[in-house]
Design a protein around this ligand. Sequence first.
Ligand SMILES: Nc1ccn([C@@H]2O[C@H](COP(=O)(O)OP(=O)(O)OP(=O)(O)O)[C@@H](O)[C@H]2O)c(=O)n1
Length: 479
Amino acid sequence: MGAVALITTAVVQNKPLPKNMKYGIVLDAGSSHTSVYIYEWPAEKENDTGVVQQIDACKVDGNGISSYAHDPPVAGLSLQKCMDKAREVIPEQQQRETPVYLGATAGMRLLRLNNATLADEVLSSVGSTLRSYPFEFQGARIITGQEEGAYGWITINYLLGNFLENSGWLGRLKQSATFGALDLGGASTQITFVSKKEIESQENSLHFRLYGKSYDVYTHSYLCYGKDQALRRQIAYTIPDANNSTILDPCFNSGYRRNTSTKDLYSSPCIAQQRISTAPSNIEIKGTGNYQLCKQKVEMIFNKTQCTYSQCSFNGIFQPNLEGEFGAFSAYYFVMDFLKLTNEKISLERVKEAVKTHCSRPWEEVLKEFPKIKEKYLSEYCFSGTYILSLLENGFGFNSENWKDISFLGKIKGSDAGWTLGYMLNLTNMIPAELPYSPPLSHGSYIGLMVFFSILLVFIILTCWLSLRKPKCLQKGII
Ligand SMILES: Nc1ccn([C@@H]2O[C@H](COP(=O)(O)OP(=O)(O)OP(=O)(O)O)[C@@H](O)[C@H]2O)c(=O)n1
């Protein structure tokens, strides 16, 4: 049984895994795009102390499989380019033994809320494409927010080597040194960390036994609090004020303009409470680039008033005190990397100053300086930086003191930080619940020691024999 048995993996675990697998493929079908990751096993699979490594990754063109809700068969076809690449990367004789998993995240969770039949059609379309490749297709499913949080936590701690470090006798005695995981996607965000305090809400509590050590983990996934859905909500709040269908938005650089259809904006279940029937069908957003005003608008989406537990993050969700160090990845990394704020020595105050400065820059100037960056990303870095600060500070409770505990992580030892590796490690039972037995000495060292002690023994016996034996001449003299 897999070590992470608490996470339900029903659909995927039905098929036995190929015995000689050396590679694994995981497709991350996110809300904004799909990525294909190829992993390679370490040579010593049985007594695994090596690390499964990402050897290639491919980003699928387009906006994620959920965006094909209007035409599900195309969702599968969109994956072909990256799957063709996987066929080139993995040696032909290994392909039949290579498991392929597809996990869809928050974009598909939202589509399922809107229209479960369409979500099924999209999944069956990607399933038939993946089945047409010579790999061992293990299933396509929508993973839960809890799984997304847990697998992200497993991935970063596995890659950082924390589980093995905690598994020795010394590691088992001391407090578990793991990193908490902060994952910001397009449609949801996850926070996951080991908590010494009681976790008051059952749905936020996970227990893992990994390499012989137990971990009590807190996790929560906030649907609709990914970067793209948060932006939609922030815009939707302004629509009632729309005058002549124009919105002045402080979260975009001044001079930036964008047209949005309200039908498209309102199509997300995240905006359900904010829809107004008198909204114009099209709105024009005009940036005014003001960090303080943007922050005020962004904070409207965090409800800090109700809490039925001893303490909450926001929206009445229980969250224990933050503990230990954290690794922040996905959009946290993309945005902070763009703003050059990933250095741990940069204080929270300096981060705020930098976001404020970026927001105040005219759009023309930004565009001129970064002509190669996709306009969608570039235009949103003022909002994204402000949102990240609000989420971490106002939402989760980070402050000037513990800001230094956050590391913004893109790749760890060559593998992308994200949920996919943890997902595959769990489904292939790569992380044992108990520490595999490893003899204290290697075979070579045993033989070396045996030879050494044999020579030593012969030497001792010889010395004793020589010293006890009386020389014949002396014996004669005495007589
Ligand atoms: N260079 C980049 C790349 C991506 N993004 C943004 O990062 C966010 C998250 O992207 P990703 O990690 O791919 O999230 P998804 O998997 O699509 O989201 P989810 O898990 O919520 O489904 C998106 O809003 C995307 O616009 C960005 O700002 N800059």
